[in-house]
Design a protein around this ligand. Structure first.
Ligand SMILES: C[S@@+](CC[C@H](N)C(=O)[O-])C[C@H]1O[C@@H](n2cnc3c(N)ncnc32)[C@H](O)[C@@H]1O
Length: 339
């Protein structure tokens, strides 16, 4: 039986991702690797893609269609040749495309072995420009066991523009913490444009990765954390560091902000409660981001509880388990419009 879609999630949150698949009546045909499943759908891939584009799941990170399954036994060259014939006329010639190959398990093949020949041959045969950075259309190739699963979709169909949702950023020499990637990914995934020269509050800021990213985006940052910030930020005049806990700052009549971010290492529900109290210090046009740290066990109920707490003060504009999140979910908040 041919699957309709390959679904990918963090293996640590497999149970929650499978519940999201079950909620759209998807049926697991095979587990291809931890957190990666071949799924049969009641409708077609594009119906699911549209449903999830409008209302994205939290834990499923990436989906890609399966339009043909080819045997790997005859070698990669044969897969490439057959795929060129199959997909040349399905590609829209005016739109940039890329080939995204994932190799699961320990097959003696590298993604490059498929991406390069298939991309070049399809570009020649279809006339569509190859653009791996900003593709409109993506040919997804998943090699697993004895089969190659291939499907063509628009980048906007796949929940992430990156193969399997693996979004990597280049490391910069001035980088303060790995946490920076989390904020960069959240801004991208939720398509957030920060207000020009906005006032931002960074709760749980140390050592200052998020503060550095916010500064790069021209925000004036109040960084709240009892721990020290990186020396490069201590001398930045656009950063005000308050060596306080978020609870202590609340008692000091905080300013009002355009942006509030919260990456505090706290239980999800406690952090959500504190964030709720900060809601009144966000301008009506403001936006907020919070990472909810989840326990290993019963993470779904902790998440539901934390989201319910946040809903009392905010509208939830998005919630996703991002590639750079570890045991956490990132939530995008807007101020609740008072009725
Ligand atoms: C994961 S780190 C934040 C990393 C930061 N976003 C970065 O990019 O460098 C979590 C921080 O939360 C801070 N924290 C924990 N509880 C806090 C509280 N109640 N108030 C303020 N900061 C808190 C810790 O001191 C720690 O520096």
């Amino acid at each position: 039986m041919t699957p309709d879609v390959i679904v990918t999630a963090d293996p640590a949150f497999a149970e929650a991702a499978l519940a999201e698949i079950a909620a759209v009546n998807g049926r697991v045909l095979h587990t291809l690797a931890p957190g990666i499943w071949a799924i049969q759908l009641p409708g077609d891939f594009f119906a699911l893609a549209e449903q999830w584009r409008q209302q994205p799941p939290i834990f499923v990170r990436h989906i890609c269609p399966v339009q043909t399954v080819l045997p790997l036994a005859e070698g990669v060259e044969k897969v490439v040749a057959t795929a060129v014939t199959f997909f040349t006329h399905l590609l829209e010639p005016d739109w940039p495309f890329s080939v995204q190959t994932r190799v699961l398990g320990d097959l003696p093949i590298k993604p490059f072995d498929v991406n390069q020949p298939l991309g070049n041959q399809l570009a020649t045969a279809s006339g569509a420009p190859l653009d791996v950075r900003r593709p409109f259309q993506i040919l997804s190739v998943v090699l697993a066991g004895e089969a190659a699963y291939l499907g063509l979709s628009l980048a906007t169909n796949n929940l992430s523009d990156w193969a399997g949702g693996v979004r990597r950023f280049a490391r910069e020499p001035e980088q303060v913490s790995r946490a920076e990637f989390k904020l960069l990914e959240a801004l991208e995934v939720f398509a957030i444009d920060l207000p020009p020269r906005g006032r931002a509050l960074d709760l749980g800021a140390a050592p200052g990765g998020w503060t550095r990213v916010l500064r790069q985006k021209e925000q004036y940052v109040t960084a709240v954390d009892p721990a020290w910030l990186h020396p490069s930020l201590q001398k930045d005049k656009g950063v005000r560091h308050l060596r306080l806990t978020a609870e202590e700052y609340l008692e000091q009549d905080p300013d009002t902000y355009d942006v509030i971010v919260n990456d505090m290492r706290l239980d999800a529900r406690d952090s959500a409660r504190l964030m709720g109290e900060y809601g009144r210090y966000l301008y009506p046009h403001g936006l907020a981001l919070i990472t909810l740290k989840l326990p290993e066990k019963n993470y779904q109920s902790a998440l539901d509880h934390a989201l319910n707490i946040l809903r009392q003060s905010y509208t939830i504009a998005g919630a996703r388990q991002l590639f750079h999140n570890r045991s956490e979910v990132t939530v995008y908040l807007k101020r609740k419009v008072d009725s």
